[in-house]
Design a protein around this ligand. Structure first.
Ligand code: PGA
Length: 328
C-alpha cells in the first residue's frame, strides 16, 4: 500500500472530528484538499473509510481499523521523536496535558513559568470536566492529567502537588456572612448552585452532604465556575467551589466565604499518569516542575491578585471630581 504519512494525518483529523470541514480548519487546509487526500487513501485501502448518512459522516469498519492503527503509529513516531531529543540531551517536544476545568485558574501560570525555562516544549492543553478527563486517561490520550481526585478504577500513578480547599461561598450581603461555625445542617435550608453532572467539584459537594445525611437542595445547574460565581453574586443561591477559583472575588469582596463546620473540604490537586505508560523526558520534567515549583509560583500570582484587590477597595485619597459644566 502506498499511503503516505500526510494522508494518515489528515485521515486521523477527519476521524476525530467526524467532519471534513472541521478537520480542514484544524489543519489550516481547504476542505477539497482534505477530501482529495482521503479519496486517495480509500483507493489505497481498496474500500471506503467513511460513510455519509444524512449530513453526518461515520467511520466504516475499515475506517475504525485504520484509525486504531493510526493512533498506534503516531504514538510510536512521537516516542521516536522524544527518544531522539533525549539522545541529544535537549528537553523539547510536545507535552499533552489535560486538566479539569477548575485547574484553569492556576495551570496557565505554572505553564508560563515552566516555558520560561523550557521554551522548546510545546504544550497542548485540553480542558474538560472530571468525567471527560477520566475518559481521556483511559484512552491514553495524554501524557499527564491534572485532577482533584485520584481515579479508583484505573491503574495510575498519582502525585499530590497542591492543596485544593473547597469552600462555601455566598453573596456579601447574605445573612450567614460573618457568623462563626455555621452547622452544615443549617445549609440544608439553603439553595445551592451546582456545576454540571461530571464535575469533580459537584461530586465532592454532593458526597459531603450525603456523608452527613443531609439533603442538598440544588437550584440552578451552571456549566462553569465563572457562571456559578456570577449566580451566587446575583443571589441565586450559595455554592461550593475550589478556593483557587476565587482569588479575584475574595480580593475585591464581590463574594464572601461562609465559616461552615467541616469546611473547607481539604482536597489536593494530583498530577496523574497511566502506570504502564512510558513517560517521556518532557513529561517527566514537567512532573518534577509541578512537584517542586508550584507553591512558590502560585504564591506570587495570588499575592498580585490580593494587592490588586486591595488597591481597588482602597478609598481614593483625592476623589476625582466630575464637573457638571456643560460641554458645548
Ligand atoms: P471539575 O473538577 O473542574 O470537573 O469540577 C475539579 C475537581 O475534581 O476538584
Amino acid at each position: 500500500m502506498n499511503m503516505t504519512l500526510r494522508q494518515l494525518t489528515l485521515f486521523k483529523a477527519v476521524a476525530e472530528q467526524l467532519s471534513f470541514t472541521r478537520a480542514a480548519a484544524q489543519l489550516c487546509l481547504t476542505q477539497p484538499a482534505v477530501s482529495i487526500q482521503i479519496k486517495q487513501l480509500e483507493e489505497h485501502a481498496g474500500m471506503p473509510l467513511f460513510e455519509q448518512i444524512g449530513k453526518r459522516i461515520f467511520l466504516t469498519d475499515a475506517g475504525r481499523e485504520m484509525y486504531r492503527t493510526c493512533q498506534d503509529m503516531f504514538s510510536i513516531i512521537e516516542r521516536l521523536e522524544m527518544t531522539l531529543n533525549e539522545l541529544q540531551g535537549t528537553i523539547k517536544g510536545q507535552l499533552k496535558l489535560s486538566v479539569v476545568t477548575t485547574a484553569t485558574y492556576f495551570i496557565p501560570h505554572l505553564i508560563s513559568t515552566f516555558r520560561r525555562t523550557y521554551p522548546e516544549v510545546n504544550i497542548r492543553l485540553d480542558v474538560t470536566n472530571r468525567t471527560n478527563v477520566l475518559k481521556r486517561l483511559a484512552n491514553n490520550e495524554d501524557d499527564l492529567v491534572i485532577m482533584g481526585q485520584v481515579p479508583e478504577k484505573l491503574n495510575v500513578q498519582a502525585h499530590p502537588f497542591l492543596e485544593n480547599p473547597l469552600v462555601v461561598i455566598a453573596p456579601p450581603q447574605h445573612k450567614l456572612v460573618g457568623q462563626k461555625k455555621i452547622p452544615l445542617s443549617e445549609l440544608s435550608q439553603e439553595l445551592f448552585l451546582v456545576r454540571e453532572v461530571g464535575s469533580g467539584t459537584r461530586l465532592a459537594m454532593e458526597r459531603c452532604f450525603k456523608e452527613n445525611h443531609l439533603e442538598l437542595k440544588t437550584g440552578m445547574e451552571l456549566g462553569s465556575s465563572e457562571a456559578i460565581k456570577q449566580g451566587v453574586n446575583a443571589g441565586l443561591g450559595l455554592s461550593v467551589l475550589s478556593k483557587h477559583t476565587l482569588a479575584l472575588e475574595l480580593a475585591t469582596g464581590t463574594l464572601s466565604l461562609l465559616d461552615v463546620e467541616g469546611f473547607p473540604l481539604l482536597r489536593h490537586w494530583y498530577v496523574v499518569n497511566l502506570k504502564e505508560k512510558k513517560m517521556s523526558l518532557v513529561a517527566q520534567t514537567f512532573l518534577e516542575f509541578l512537584l517542586s515549583r508550584t507553591e512558590e509560583t502560585l504564591q506570587k500570582v495570588f499575592q498580585t491578585f490580593h494587592a490588586a484587590g486591595k488597591q481597588l477597595n482602597a478609598p481614593s485619597k483625592s476623589p476625582k471630581k466630575f464637573s457638571s459644566r456643560r460641554l458645548n
